[in-house]
Design a protein around this ligand. Structure first.
Ligand code: FMN
Length: 175
């Protein structure tokens, strides 16, 4: 799909009729996710996919009610990153941002993820509100990973609500 078109069709979808995504398509998405840039190519993003019935139900239960309702019938991708690597040198943070750099890298990977999902005809919802401890336990996510959003992925039942965006000139300065 043409890039500008892809940017336009990618929206947060709150209402799914089915997940409908195969392991092959997930691998296609992750073959793009792995190409995202990262601090010194540190590639600290990690992903835990809930595709099977039991795993999907477990992740669903890790969400607050409104995120449950909005993502029901979708599959889920729990996103995390290894801490203390991106933005660090010899175990020391290189600046005041510390692990924010790891979150930054993961955000870039997640942008690739949601855009490639749209390219394949799937919709997504990034959800920052989730029960992190329960997710860690279920997927045995190591303590050296910081758990970030859960991303619902599937086929939409409802279209997106229109969102107001700032104008380009409101967010950029050129000198
Ligand atoms: C880090 C992050 C956390 C978010 N958490 C939630 C969430 O918990 N529930 C939800 O419905 N939307 C969540 N969103 C989606 C945003 O509300 C949405 O991206 C924004 O309103 C812009 O709409 P659009 O994605 O349709 O363009 C989150 C988005 C991001 C990037």
């Amino acid at each position: 799909m043409e890039f500008e078109q892809l940017i336009k069709i990618r929206r947060s979808i709150r209402g799914y009729r089915e997940a409908g995504i195969s392991e092959t398509e997930l691998r296609e998405i992750f073959s793009c996710v792995r190409m995202a840039p990262s601090w010194k190519n540190s590639q600290t993003g990690r992903y835990y996919v809930a595709l099977g019935e039991e795993a999907v139900k477990e992740v669903y239960e890790c969400l607050p009610d409104f995120n449950r309702n909005n993502s029901a019938n979708a599959a889920y991708i729990v996103t995390s990153f290894k801490k203390g690597i991106s933005g660090f040198a010899n175990g020391e943070a290189t600046d005041h941002s510390g692990d924010i750099w790891g979150g930054y890298d993961l955000g870039l990977q997640n942008a690739y993820l949601v855009l490639k999902a749209s390219d394949l005809g799937y919709d997504t919802l990034i959800m920052g509100l989730r029960d992190e401890d329960r997710l860690r336990k279920y997927f045995s996510i190591p303590e050296d990973e910081i758990i970030m959003p859960v991303i619902a992925i599937g086929r939409r039942k409802k279209d997106a609500v229109e969102r107001v965006r700032k104008e380009a000139d409101d967010i950029m300065t050129i000198r």
